[in-house]
Each structure stands twice: as C-alpha cells, then as structure tokens.
Design a protein around this ligand. Sequence first.
Ligand code: LIP
Length: 255
Amino acid sequence: MRDLAVRLAERAADIHRQGRERGFTVSEKSSATDLVTEVDRAAERAIVEGILAERPDDAILGEEGTDRAGTTSVRWVIDPLDGTASYVRGHPGYCVSIGIEVDGEAVIGVVVDSRGVRTEGVRGAGALRGGRPAKPSDRTDLATSVLATGFGYQPSARALQAVVASIVLPRIADIRRMGSAAWDLVAAASGEVDAYYEVGIAPWDLCAGRAIVEAAGGVVRTILQPEGDELVVASPRQLLDPLLALLGEAGLRIA
Ligand code: LIP
C-alpha cells in the first residue's frame, strides 16, 4: 500500500506541475478565500482511479468530494492539493497528501510537496524525507523553538487563532506559515520546524502527516474544542507538555 500511495502521490504532483504550466480555472468553496481549482479535482480523480484499479474494496475519503465506503479495514484519506491558496498564487506552500488508515488508525502517509520532495512514513517502520531518515527536533526549550501553524477560512476562526498566536509568539522563537497542514506536519516530523499546532483542519489535511510524524517517533494529539473544531498538535515527545501548557494558557482546551 505504501508503494501504491507513492506512485499516486507522484502522479498527482505531476498534475500540479502541468497545471502551473498550462493555467487552470479557480472557483470558491465555503468562502471567497476557500478556493478549489480544476487541478485539485483532476488530482483527486487520478488518485481515486489508481486506488480502485488495485484496491477496489477499500474505503476512500477525499477533500474534493470522494466518499466511498469499503469492505476492508482500510480507508484512504486524501488531500489531492493541500494549500490551494498557495497554489493559485504560485507560492510554494502546497503538496499532495495521501494517508492510509487501518481499523481507523493512520498507519501510512505519503506527502509530495511543490519542490518534488517526498516524505513517507509507515507505522513501526520509520519515516523518510527526500530518501533520508526523518527525525523530529531534539530541541528541549520552547523559548528557542520555531512552530508552524495555520489559520482558517472563516474570519471568526482567524480572530480566535490570532489571539492564541499573540500569546504564543512572545514565548517561542518564531512562527512558520506555509498554508498547508500536510507540509507543516512533515516539517515537524523532520525537525524543519520544532513543532506544529492548528485548530480546525480537516481529516484529509491531517491523516498522512499524522502517520509520518508518529512513524518518525513524534507524537500527535487531537483535542476537541468547545466550538466544535479540533486542536491538532504535532511535536517531539520532550516539547509536548510545555507546548500544551502554553496553548492552555492561550485559552485552548488541552485535555
Ligand atoms: C489548508 C490547510 C491549512 C489551513 C488552511 C487550509 P486546503 O487546506 O492545509 O493548514 O491553515 O486554512 O485549510 O484548503 O488548502 O486543502
């Protein structure tokens, strides 16, 4: 299944590249800032066709509308183009994200980013980034840590996220914002950022990155918030408790 996910992620990354060269149509989803392109849809079609050709009995959930039940214990959770707002502007913050759950647990993840860098992980078998072993940060101090995070499509959500960031920022070294949760998660899995947190991402933004962070030896926590969204935290073990404590001080529910 990992090898199939790798082939399909590389195929989707080709579709991204061709779209950037040829141009593409763009339309709005939940808001004027929540966009979808014909490239998102073409990439999802290619991934779904590839899965059905080899594993027709698996379930599939995709951001652009695919929601197929299956008869096996396997579910594919795919974001064909994570970071669409970056893609439409030519900003590099986008990637394809293919996650595989077995019995509801994320166990395999493959992410290919706009540079063609592939990160993959299989539970219990480690993670690779660009073909080299991926390991989370060994930093022990939040005050010198760089965190990745993101902001939602709804202004009300961003208002809340801005309050959290205003409390977090003076207590850490800096923030990185690429516009793609999958990119942020694999950056956390490989120590390119020291940790990641975000409220309100979707299952397809999270699945592959979660499997990769955990395969690399990091931890992922999801905590339901009173407003109904989930806080997602991806971190090396040694930073998890101090990061959760800081997010708690910033007003988020952490248990
Ligand atoms: C994006 C996420 C990102 C989040 C954006 C958006 P999309 O997903 O990956 O972390 O901050 O608001 O949800 O819509 O580009 O697939």
